[in-house]
Design a protein around this ligand. Structure first.
Ligand code: ADP
Ligand code: ADP
Length: 220
């Protein structure tokens, strides 16, 4: 594994912009975006056993059990394209997942470079949720108002169809916020205690958030 490997985590509540920022940084740094949500949705689309199992939890807005999630992400991180690093988006979401990630990275002789916590007030998150659309092919996020595609209903990247995620319905989104508070937000203190947490204001224009994240990464 090259010494300059860069493993970054984007941490934040649903709708904070993790996927949007991870996609940009991934292009900029030439390292893959590893999104646990996208991996689950690919498995559901392909009707794998893992997808069928995960769907029960995702439809309710609950977390998929750690052992299933960790196994899936571990397999992804062990692929060749992650040798130079990865941008983790949506993983880890629990303390056991964070501990498992340490083991996975230690197993290939690297450690986390930084954790970027994207903070956004809850009323802003709720407003973003109703307008999110994602590409069926590549998972790219758009927003009807804040980040529309060039052509309505079509992904700029690959021409894929844009759709609204079933779990972006208001009642499921509410549960996802509660799950974030209970199970994921403790990771902020977990990584702060390690001295690798960097906080960024996610309640700005997409380009402004991207600039702030770049400043953090360039200063590492
Ligand atoms: P969000 O837009 O809320 O960040 P994601 O696409 O990351 O959504 O995740 C969608 C759903 O997939 C989650 O609500 C959860 O059910 C499941 N999921 C994604 N990542 C994880 C994870 N690390 N651990 C457990 N479940 C996960
Ligand atoms: P997450 O992966 O954290 O759930 P996304 O990147 O999918 O979040 O963004 C959630 C929604 O908000 C999407 O519709 C996206 O286009 C939009 N969005 C992302 N960042 C911003 C921003 N800074 N301002 C306004 N809307 C944003």
């Amino acid at each position: 594994m090259p010494e300059e490997s860069r493993f970054l985590i984007l941490l934040g509540p649903p709708m904070s912009g993790k996927g949007t920022q991870a996609a940009r940084l991934s292009q900029l740094f030439g390292i893959p975006q590893v999104s646990s949500g996208d991996l689950f949705r690919d498995n559901i689309k392909n009707q794998t056993n893992l997808g069928l199992e995960a769907k029960k939890y995702i439809d309710r807005g609950d977390l998929v059990p750690d052992e299933v999630t960790i196994g899936m992400v571990k397999e992804r991180l062990h692929r060749e394209d992650c040798l130079g690093g990865a941008l983790l988006d949506g993983f880890p979401r629990t303390i056991p997942q964070a501990e498992a990630l340490d083991d996975i990275l230690a197993g290939v002789g690297v450690s986390l470079s930084a954790v970027i916590s994207v903070a956004v007030p809850e009323d802003v998150l709720v407003e973003r949720a109703s307008g999110r659309r994602i590409c069926r092919n590549c998972g790219q996020s758009y927003h009807l108002k804040f980040d529309p595609p060039k052509e309505s209903g079509i992904c700029d990247e690959d021409g894929g169809e844009l759709y609204q995620r079933e779990d972006d319905k208001p009642e499921t989104v509410r549960n996802r916020f509660a799950v974030y508070q209970a199970q994921t937000s403790p990771l902020i203190e977990f990584y702060r205690a390690r001295g690798i947490l960097h906080e960024v204001n996610g309640d700005q224009l997409i380009d402004e958030v991207a600039d702030d994240i770049l400043q953090v990464v360039n200063a590492l």
